[in-house]
Design a protein around this ligand. Sequence first.
Ligand SMILES: *Cc1c(COP(=O)(O)O)cnc(C)c1O
Length: 373
Amino acid sequence: MRILLSRPHMGGTELAHIQAAFDANFIAPAGPQLEAFEAAIAARLGHGVHCVGLSSGSAALHLALRVAGVTRGDDVWTTSMNFAGGVFPVLYEGATPVFFDLSPASWTIDTDLLETALRDAARAGALPKAIVPTDLYGQSVDLAAIETLAAQHGVRVVVDSAESLGATIGGRPAGTGGDAAILSFNGNKIITTSGGGMLVTRHADWADWARFLATQARDPAPHYEHSTYGYNYRLSNVCAAIGLGQLDVLDARVAARRAIFARYADALTPLGVRMMPEPDGHRSTHWLTALALPEGGADRELVRRTLADHGIEARPLWKPMHLQPLFAGARYVGRGMDEDLFSRGLCLPSGSDLTRSEQDEVIGRVSDLLSAG
Ligand SMILES: *Cc1c(COP(=O)(O)O)cnc(C)c1O
């Protein structure tokens, strides 16, 4: 592939931060770069959040669920159209995921379905332990609505903001939602630390507990003393140094991805393509441009394969989890909106380093395929 979906895009100052870590021999484990990275993200997000740098977004979600008290036998409600890393951690805790459909207005979890299901579950004495809504393709979920519903029922909320660092809803930054939120700095995300993640929480005690668990749950003692089990989940100081450099260009990266989305929208909407909607008050990162091909028009796989033949990487939208073999028989709350989107949906190359001529090439190929029917 010549034109990739989303690849790492360095800003230029990363090496200087890495050099500083090397100069002081803060190669491992923690160090000033990690502390500075956590503090910088916390300052950027505001709202009094605490940040814990971790080895991946999946690790962050696992820890958040553990800290939220999710355990064997609990239900965790989440979005069906999702990346594996946003769902598998539910299984790590021995809990059972319940999958929700998307709202046609936002392509994020449908809060009307959530409201009805919560009311029914409360009546049946079967509330979930936590709701884990996903900021799909960089668009924040409706934080206020979900937090209100969860508070009414005493349910924890962990927001999967892996794709949405830099997004806002009503001016409030993605990553500040719920009891905790998680970020990802995987190589294909808005900004990257090579690999990494972060747990973000308003609860200081959650951050302390997460940091403790992420470093093998070592009780205070001269020897290794353990009253519970932990993980080796901390973000490396060298990787955090990359993150410090990347943070300088976060706004530029979001602006570039939004501009790419807008160009695709201008060119493809007249051909009957439906772009992922961005409701009033939302500002998505448009991490990946997500769209639905016209109903009854060109076959999605034909379009994808033809693009691939020309060196252009496109990908179907996430396959809904309730359609995955792993989750056969899992509970699904919805009406197949996500199934329809999966059958017609495509992500186009969206990396912030995509040149204008690369964007033109993608637009030209997709336009040809759609016009050919
Ligand atoms: C990337 C991603 C994750 C996992 O992050 P990693 O850092 O790759 O472990 C979780 N949820 C969603 C929605 C993601 O896109």
